[in-house]
Design a binder for this molecule. Sequence first.
Ligand code: GLN
Length: 311
Amino acid sequence: MSNQLLDRVVAEIADEMAQRADRGAVASYIPELARVDPRRFGLVVIDAAGHVAAAGDADVPFSIQSISKVFTLTLALGKAGDRLWRRVGREPSGSAFNSIVQLEHERGIPRNPFINAGAIAVTDLILSGHQPREALGEILRFLQFLAGDSSIVIDDAVAKSEQRTGFRNAALANYMKSFGVLDNPVEYTLGVYFHHCAIAMSCRQLAMAGRFLAHNGQNPSTGHNVVSSERARRINALMLTCGHYDGSGEFAYRVGLPGKSGVGGGVLAVAPGNASIAVWAPGLDAAGNSHLGRVALEALTKRMGWSIFGV
Ligand code: GLN
């Protein structure tokens, strides 16, 4: 199935991004991520008919980092349903992704599943009743299934790099543990968390994996029902309000789509009914979100008329 308009828009945007000098700075607090070339750029859009429009480094795997939190949230909701909301909230934080301040005021309950503290609490729930290796295998297999691609792996160097330096995440986990919010040994939960953040995927694989969110919980090509339409809608709502941390308001204002960023420079965005979109540009803005990723998505939604708030 062809979509010439989409192909043209995606190619145009990739060309425009290649000319830009403003790229932001790659994440350096995870040493392994500091080595990534800031000139990388990939964009893949998969429309409702399954047409794939791809440009730039569309097939180069990168560290998905916090984008993994969308998929761990989906798995945890499948396991615990609404019980999940006893240990994590659903409000935007207005704070940095690794902030600890609100945990003190809210008795160790993180604001939402996408800030680090919230994602660690979600990971702890997935881990319960399993060995860390099994929990990690479940997360990885879920992504392989969604993307229809069994070649997706964890980048062990990135996981180890974060394990050596992730003192802030260790602080968050220990703090939550002191309030009884985590059930498992902190080092196990953190180990699974660091490893799922270190999953490496290309824009093509990521856009494939996000299709169920764009189409009421179903992958339209395979007919697989991943989650109910209600659950897909709610995950999208959380991505819109919390997916870019304290940059979520700006992302909604400029792009107008549910989206989830990662400090590897990737963004997964969902145009409900229209498309699943993955973009990768490693340079970040001050809130830790991909700078050119946001610029590219703003251009895409404008030209395609895909903002959920109107054309
Ligand atoms: N693994 C990263 C961390 O915990 C994820 C953060 C992100 O992508 N925003 O710091």
